[in-house]
Ligand binder design. Sequence first.
Ligand code: GRG
Length: 288
Amino acid sequence: MTFLERMSARASEIDACLKDAVSEFPADRIRDGMVHALSGGKRLRGYLVLESAALHGVPGESAIWAAAAVEAVHAYSLVHDDLPAMDDDDMRRGHPTVHVKWDEATAVLVGDALQALAFELVALGPPPAEVKLALSLSLAREAGGRELVRGQAMDIAAEVADTPLLLSEIESLQDGKTGALIVWSCAAGPVLAGKNPSGMVRYARCLGRAFQIADDILDVAGDESRTGKRLRKDEGMGKATFVSHLGLSGAREKARELVDEAMAALAAYGDGAEPLREAARFVISREF
Ligand code: GRG
């Protein structure tokens, strides 16, 4: 099976879990918006949950809830990021964004509902209560004002800053905006297994940074029909990125170094970590 086939098989499992969860909501426009926002996407974060879980001997039926949960948080963050008050995008995953298809109030509420759904999913899963508590606490920390929201706020502030951000500030911004959910996803496997997550966290930090650099490169050199979202926006919006700092070839080189570091973090895990190695190769070669 190729990596893309494996990621797509994992995506089908995650989609089934999300579909079941959302089908229990009242049939209204918020539910329609949730279904819309959850449709499509690579499910890379959910894939990382399921593969880090498999690597630690956790069965798929225990890990699927966490995989669906992180995809619900990710979908919420995209809906809110697309709002006119943030990145102001009209296309996501090849379809109109939620506020374009409905309106801004609906998009705010759909995002709110998706974020709450994530914690419901973690709580509903079969793992022992203390494991679910650890997952909820870490998800609240990664998705909240310490990480994801902090990174997004820095990203918005950088657009109007008088001086360009330092490279270390760009890293901090991106570790929050992009890295936090990737770190949570990779740590979920060892947390579910009651093991130490530090090796997975090391891998995830490098993967998250490489993933974001690839995203910045796609903004400059990608194809909208492949990414399903608008490109060539970063420069006009004054975004602080690795490409704005290092140029295209410098950013590509940096992404390759990060993937090497991610691979080194997996060295102790043996052959079972191959699906995670493939994810690292994918993040910098991807066209979507
Ligand atoms: C609103 C608190 C808040 C945060 C928003 C999602 C986000 C943070 C910003 C979107 C812009 C951006 C470049 C985010 C970095 C993460 C990223 C590259 C998201 C897209 O992830 P993919 O490519 O998307 O995995 P799919 O659609 O495949 O799930």
